[in-house]
Ligand binder design. Structure first.
Ligand SMILES: Nc1ncnc2c1ncn2[C@@H]1O[C@H](COP(=O)(O)OP(=O)(O)OP(=O)(O)O)[C@@H](O)[C@H]1O
Ligand SMILES: [Mg+2]
Length: 580
């Protein structure tokens, strides 16, 4: 019940197009009437024309029949057009909303759905819903009218034919119910397996270089083949079940034709019926049984639509885990981690433990620590990519949960550890940070990020188109473009998460100087592995296994913190070792 009403709720997207959705079945009436009249015409053509040799009647009635067929065809075509208008627009609006919901999911919600599944939902599942709507609009009226109208017309030929229907229809209906009952629950599984295929495909298309580098084509192909075979198996399972229906239906159909011939033959011999009537009865019989088959097809697309509708509703009804607040201050102010603990949803292991830290406006803070110590997790909390589990994160004295997310995120620019670029020109990628930036601003940002030099050397300068995900750039070039994209926003808080790891120390130094010079007043948080990268920071926070091990300037830490001394020594030793 719940499932049904949920899928039904998606029909609200049909509301703006109700006009087409109503007009379509109305025009369908014309087509069905034409179809229902045809056997009747045939009856009189045979009985009164052919058998009596009346040429005039044949011509006259033949032309009438042709006209009706034409009109029927015309209304059938209009019906299809209107149904398409309704169902395509319905799907378009639905797709827009599902896309919007998918974009609003938090990091962790996207991870849970998986990218492949989200893509399947936005494509295949919406197509299933669209088919469902179109089938219902067109077939519901058609099969219903044909079924009832066919029976009425057949009985009007001779009520004894009712006996035939009384035998054939129940068998057909029972067969249909049994088969559909078995097949319908499988559609959810089909969609799930389609998710897996899409997931594997998406991972491999994205990671094509990696697959080649590790010569894993065979393994990945096997993984894909497994998913693909599983999907095919599920589809075949459904097809095998559905296939049982058609021989049953055709046997019933043929037996009933024999029945009509037998009954009609007896009547004809008794002089109570003519050949044309038998022909018309066979025709009606076929159409009635055919309409039952149509109903079975309709039920199939309802079942598919229901499975897909449920999956779409899951996306639509997922509320963003991070709920928006309303507080929108002019300036952010001090950032305070107050005894913050954090673990990723669904993972028990704590990533940050009882961490207290205050970041003053305008200061430059470095976050140092071994890989996996929780540096990225720490900075992800500030723009609320995730929420803290215990303790509180305050910005300017207010809990970060109270902030209007757009305001908050607009004041912060994060350069994520993994630089993500989009296909498009260099300038477009930088402007992504601030869509209304002037050319001069773009150039300025590139200069600060130490990217101007290599951009100007590119064939078309700032208009050079870079490949999808920045594949045509070096690691360091990608990092600098990502930094330019952040710098152009003129944020109050700039976070660089290991964003200069691919730069040589000289370039990195120039970059840091430029940021310091050009962005005075901006709070800067630099996550780094190398101490050399952060020597100039006001303070350095050392993370160890999710806890704050030490904080202070380089000189202070060298005096007071054994952990820091250890890192320093290991890095300088490493340096010496690699030089010597
Ligand atoms: N999305 C996630 N879901 C679950 N666990 C995660 C997720 N991201 C990170 N972790 C875990 O949290 C811990 C801290 O990760 P984090 O990325 O913060 O480390 P890091 O200090 O930035 O390391 P690195 O220097 O390698 O970037 C790790 O043990 C990691 O396995
Ligand atoms: Mg990290």
């Amino acid at each position: 019940m719940n499932k049904k009403s949920k899928t039904g709720s998606l029909l609200r997207y049909l509301k703006p197009y109700w006009f087409w959705a109503v007009l379509s079945p109305l025009t369908m009436i014309g087509e069905v009437l034409a179809d229902l009249l045809q056997p009747k015409f045939m009856e009189s053509l045979v009985n009164d024309g052919v058998l009596k040799g009346d040429q005039q009647f044949l011509l006259h009635t033949g032309l009438q029949m042709l006209l009706i067929v034409l009109l029927g065809g015309l209304s059938g075509a209009s019906c299809s057009i209107f149904a398409s208008l309704a169902s395509q627009n319905f799907a378009c609006d639905l797709r827009k909303d599902v896309f919007k919901s998918a974009m609003n999911l938090s990091f962790q919600q996207t991870d849970r759905f998986t990218t492949g599944s989200l893509i399947t939902r936005m494509t295949n599942d919406i197509t299933q819903m669209q088919n469902f709507v179109e089938q219902c609009i067109r077939m519901f009226v058609r099969s219903g009218m044909m079924f009832v109208g066919g029976i009425v017309m057949m009985l009007s030929l001779n009520h004894r034919f009712g006996l035939i229907l009384l035998c054939s229809l129940p068998i057909q209906l029972i067969a249909m119910t049994l088969v559909l009952k078995k097949a319908n629950p499988l559609y959810g599984m089909v969609q799930q397996r389609l998710d897996t295929v899409n997931n594997v495909m998406q991972e491999n298309v994205n990671g094509a270089r990696m697959v080649k580098a590790y010569v894993q084509e065979e393994r990945e192909t096997r993984r894909f083949t497994d998913a693909n075979t599983a999907l095919t198996d599920a589809n075949l399972k459904v097809a095998f079940i559905i296939a049982r229906l058609s021989p049953i239906l055709s046997i019933v159909m043929n037996f009933s034709v024999v029945g009509i011939l037998y009954l009609g033959g007896l009547q004809t011999l008794a002089g109570a019926m003519e050949v044309g009537t038998i022909m018309a009865a066979i025709d009606y019989n076929t159409r009635i049984l055919h309409s039952v088959m149509m109903v079975s097809m309709m039920f199939q697309s309802i079942a598919r639509g229901q499975a897909s509708g449920k999956r779409l509703n899951e996306v639509l009804s997922t509320h963003p885990a991070v709920e928006d607040g309303t507080y929108a201050p002019e300036k952010l102010g001090e950032i305070t981690f107050d005894r913050v603990s954090f673990h990723y949803p669904g993972f028990a292991r704590p990533v940050l433990k009882n961490l207290s830290l205050t970041i003053r406006p305008g200061e430059s803070l470095a976050v140092l620590g071994a890989t996996g110590s929780g540096k990225s997790s720490l900075i992800h909390l500030i723009p609320r990519f995730y929420d803290v589990c215990e303790g509180e994160l305050r910005i300017g004295g207010s809990s970060v949960r109270e902030f209007d997310l757009t305001t908050l995120r607009n004041k912060i620019a994060v350069v994520l550890q993994k630089s993500e670029l989009f296909s498009g020109s260099v300038a477009e990628n930088i402007r992504w940070g601030k869509p209304d930036a002037t050319d001069a601003e773009v150039r300025r940002a590139a200069e600060i990020a130490q990217a101007a030099e290599f951009i100007e050397k590119m064939p078309d300068g700032y208009d050079t188109v870079i490949a999808e995900k920045g594949a045509s750039l070096s690691g360091g070039q990608k990092q600098r473009l990502s930094i330019a994209r952040a710098v152009i926003r003129k944020p109050e808080l700039l976070i660089l998460d290991d964003s200069t790891s691919a730069l040589d120390l000289a370039t990195e130094g120039k970059l840091r100087q430029a940021i310091r010079r050009e962005m005075a007043g901006t709070t800067l948080i630099t996550v780094a592995q190398r101490i050399a990268s952060v020597l100039d920071c006001d303070r350095i926070a050392v993370l160890e296994d999710g806890a704050l091990a030490a904080i202070g300037s380089h000189d202070e830490l060298m005096k007071t913190s054994p952990v820091y001394q250890e890192i320093y020594q290991s890095q300088t030793k490493e340096g010496e070792a690699s030089h010597g």
